[in-house]
Ligand binder design. Structure first.
Ligand code: A3P
Length: 285
């Protein structure tokens, strides 16, 4: 095991105006031409915003077990690509996850009027979580130290592009596309049960109160951290000695990372980059 060579970290490059690594562009023709179905549910997020959490909730609402959920744009070679996995899914609905910014989503999702659940997380905690993820995940570009990482995050030089454009682009989409539920990580932490209920009403599910309570309990951080299917402990490119996938699960952990100067810089840039959007985030609850 110790002599097993981990793949070298991939380089970041510009792809249609968005920073990417090849794992998410190698299969692009198939991604672009992907055939969505009207009953598909797409879970869209910026990386580290709570993808796994909401995916697991949806999975429990529909199937009561964790299936291998296709990650649409992924092409890791050692496993089937996201489009291949999705094409072969026979479930209804199909649950599919993506980190694509809204402008890169395959057009058939819009044509089929598929349901989409977007999850957003405040930029400060999102950056911290992404930093620790990049440290332990050899499938990501080298993060450098915290300040180096933060500067790249602020510049939008991260896989899947700028956080700012991602969260605001999807927010704008919501104004014209009604089959989109826009959720916040902070709301999920504050009251998971309430958010599960919101999900059910968006999806038109008449899940019983007891069932919802059971699911709410099963998706709490500690339960998911113990669960082999949700803690990613079986993924070889991740080094859990550096940082676990289920790391902290808190709102406000940024306070343990940002210096006063970094916080002022972040707030300043934030004002500028988010001046044309009405989306509002909470950095504490
Ligand atoms: P932290 O690194 O801040 O702990 P994604 O699934 O999009 O990669 O997001 C991962 C982040 O969501 C991690 O954040 C992880 O701990 C958090 N997360 C996952 N499940 C959670 C849960 N049940 N409750 C709270 N946070 C959760």
């Amino acid at each position: 095991w110790s002599s097993m060579k981990l793949p070298s970290r991939p380089e970041l490059f510009d792809f249609e105006g968005v920073s990417m690594v090849h794992y998410f562009t190698d299969n692009w023709e198939k991604v672009k031409n992907f055939q969505a179905r009207p009953d598909d549910i797409l879970i869209a997020t910026y990386p580290k915003a709570g993808t796994t959490w909401v995916s697991y909730i949806l999975d429990l609402l529909y199937f009561v077990m964790m299936l291998q959920m296709p990650f649409l744009e992924s092409c890791f070679k050692v496993i089937a690509s996201g489009t291949e996995l999705a094409d072969n899914l026979t479930t209804s609905p199909r649950l599919i996850k993506t980190h694509l910014p809204v402008q890169l989503v395959p057009k058939s999702f819009w044509e089929q009027n598929s349901r989409i659940v977007y999850v957003a997380r405040n930029g400060k905690d999102n950056a911290v979580s992404y930093f620790h993820f990049d440290r332990m995940n050899m499938g990501e570009p080298e993060p450098g130290d915290w300040n180096t990482f933060l500067q790249k995050f602020i510049e939008g030089k991260k896989v899947f592009g700028p956080w700012y454009d991602h969260v605001s682009g999807w927010w704008e989409k919501k104004q014209t596309y009604s089959n989109l539920l826009y959720m916040f990580y902070e709301d999920l932490v504050e009251d998971t049960g309430r958010e599960v209920e919101r999900l059910c009403s968006f999806l038109g599910l008449s899940t019983s109160v007891e069932e919802r309570e059971k699911i709410t309990k099963g998706v709490q951080f500690d339960a998911m951290k113990q669960n082999k299917m949700t803690n990613y402990s079986t993924i070889p490119v991740m080094d859990f000695k550096i940082s676990p996938f289920m790391r902290k699960g808190k709102v406000g952990d940024w306070k343990n990372h940002f210096t006063v100067a970094q916080n002022e810089q972040f707030d300043e840039v934030y004002k500028q980059k988010m001046k044309n959007t009405t989306v509002k985030f909470r950095t504490e609850i």
